[in-house]
Design a protein around this ligand. Structure first.
Ligand code: NAD
Length: 419
């Protein structure tokens, strides 16, 4: 893997940049250049035909200065050790950006889960825990779902963990279903956090919701809830897309025209895509990124905003609901163009924040109402947004660098105490 495409190399460049702004103590800087603990395990799985196949699994525990390690487990054929390390570093940054008492971790298994039967998938998930249970627990390291890992997989993992330790520990894993101890509001928490950020951003940029047009790439869990929430707040959602293509409202210049998100959600549930929705014109997934709107919300894949299309972006602001939608080179271009980017580590941190609430409820044996969860989430997101914004103003930089500055500073204060 070349340095440019190595995610850990990119992560360390971001660390160096933030460190430069705050003249970070060289000793702390050195300590933050690798995970506290990186484990590779071989997981033998008895396949349905009786043969044994070995799968490689990882857990990277980057840093726990602010709280127990926290981060999802990814099942993907492209998982690499450098990807897992980078993702665990970004989890540390994300938790520290929104100032929740959690550290950063991430796990992964090199596997195409679609090629496994349900039984094989269960044995793999239990096998992951058999090899790693000793470093996990609600007081050590708390995994959650990530790409291609589901609440069902989390259920098997929790069950295996509790069998091994011989007692219940529901807080060992978050992202559980409500009946298993999950939190109210988790299903739409990422979008809710992103919507709070968008609202605060609009205020700071003097945008009035009813006059603010928004395009959203991706209409899955994060994107569709974001469309609903922003629409309820009065914003004009004028274009959305999914993997089959995009749609833009006809006659966008008529200022009362906007997508009816409830009807669109029902249409997508019925037809499998947003494409073909009444009163819209079909556009491509690339076109949606360069549409003439006030705010662009990438909520699908990573690396979609690149040097090839960044120069054509017309939005005044981008709210990164997806993880890593903007490549580093494109980010630099957007900065020069004056486009305000609310970075993923802030914009989509509502998800990990409600995961933290789930863990706290489990540890305390409580169950909070949805209203309680949303009140707490709103405070955390709004405070974090304004802290990052004022850090951006203070250091005359972009919001991503500001978030990293804030996060690295928080971690370094704790790390210094250990020297
Ligand atoms: P999802 O699978 O529910 O939805 C993904 C959406 O993207 C789908 O609508 C899919 O059709 C669409 N899509 C796929 N390929 C596309 C393409 N080429 N162009 C446009 N759309 C395309 O996933 P999700 O949970 O909504 O996650 C979306 C992003 O948000 C990911 O980057 C994820 O890491 C990030 N995120 C999600 C959460 C969460 O809690 N769900 C938390 C943090 C970050």
């Amino acid at each position: 893997m070349s340095e440019v495409s190595n995610p850990f190399f990119n992560a360390m460049e971001q660390l160096d940049k933030a460190a430069g702004y705050i003249s970070l103590d060289e000793r702390i800087h050195t300590m933050l250049k690798q995970p506290d603990r990186l484990i590779e395990v071989a997981i033998p799985v008895v396949m349905d035909d009786g043969t044994v196949k070995i799968f490689t699994g990882y857990r990277s525990q980057y840093n726990n200065s602010l709280g127990v390690y926290k981060g999802g487990i990814r099942y993907h054929w492209n998982v690499t050790v450098d990807e897992v390390k980078a993702l665990s570093f970004w989890m540390m940054i994300k938790c520290a950006t929104v100032n929740i008492p959690m550290g950063g971790a991430k796990g992964g298994v090199i596997v195409n889960p679609k090629e496994l039967s349900e039984g094989e998938l269960e044995r793999l998930s239990r096998g992951y825990i058999q090899k790693l249970w000793m470093v996990l627990g609600s007081d050590k390291d708390v995994p959650a779902p990530d790409v291609y890992t589901t609440p069902q997989i989390m259920g098997w993992m929790r069950d295996e963990f509790e069998k091994i330790i011989g007692k219940q520990d529901p807080g060992v894993i978050t992202g559980k279903s409500i009946d298993q101890g999950g939190s109210e509001g988790r299903g739409f928490s990422t979008a809710q956090g992103g919507a709070y950020c968008t609202r605060e951003l609009a205020k700071n940029m003097n945008m009035i919701p009813e006059e603010t047009t928004i395009a959203i790439q991706g209409f899955g869990n994060a994107g569709s809830h974001m469309a609903r929430l922003l629409s309820e707040m009065g914003y004009r959602i004028v274009a959305v897309s999914d993997s089959k293509g995009g749609i833009a409202i006809n006659n966008k210049q008529v200022t009362t025209n906007k997508l009816n998100i409830d009807a669109l959600t029902e249409y997508k549930a019925r037809t499998g895509s947003v494409v073909g929705f009444e009163g819209t014109t079909e556009i491509s997934n690339d076109d949606i990124l360069t549409m003439d709107v006030d705010i662009l919300v990438p909520a699908a894949l990573e690396n979609v905003i690149t040097p090839e299309n960044a120069g054509n972006i017309k939005a005044k602001a981008i709210v990164e609901l997806a993880n890593g939608p903007t490549t580093p080179d494109a980010d630099e271009m957007l900065k020069k163009m004056g486009v305000v980017v609310v970075p993923d580590v802030l914009a989509n941190a509502g998800g990990v924040t409600v995961s933290y609430f789930e863990w706290e409820q489990n540890v305390k044996g409580e169950h909070w109402t949805e209203a309680d969860v949303l009140t707490k989430l709103e405070k955390i997101m709004v405070d974090a947004f304004h802290e990052v914004w004022s850090t951006k103003e203070q250091y005359k930089t972009d919001m991503r660098t500001a978030a990293f500055i804030k996060a690295v500073d928080r971690v370094s204060v704790k790390l210094t105490e250990t020297l």
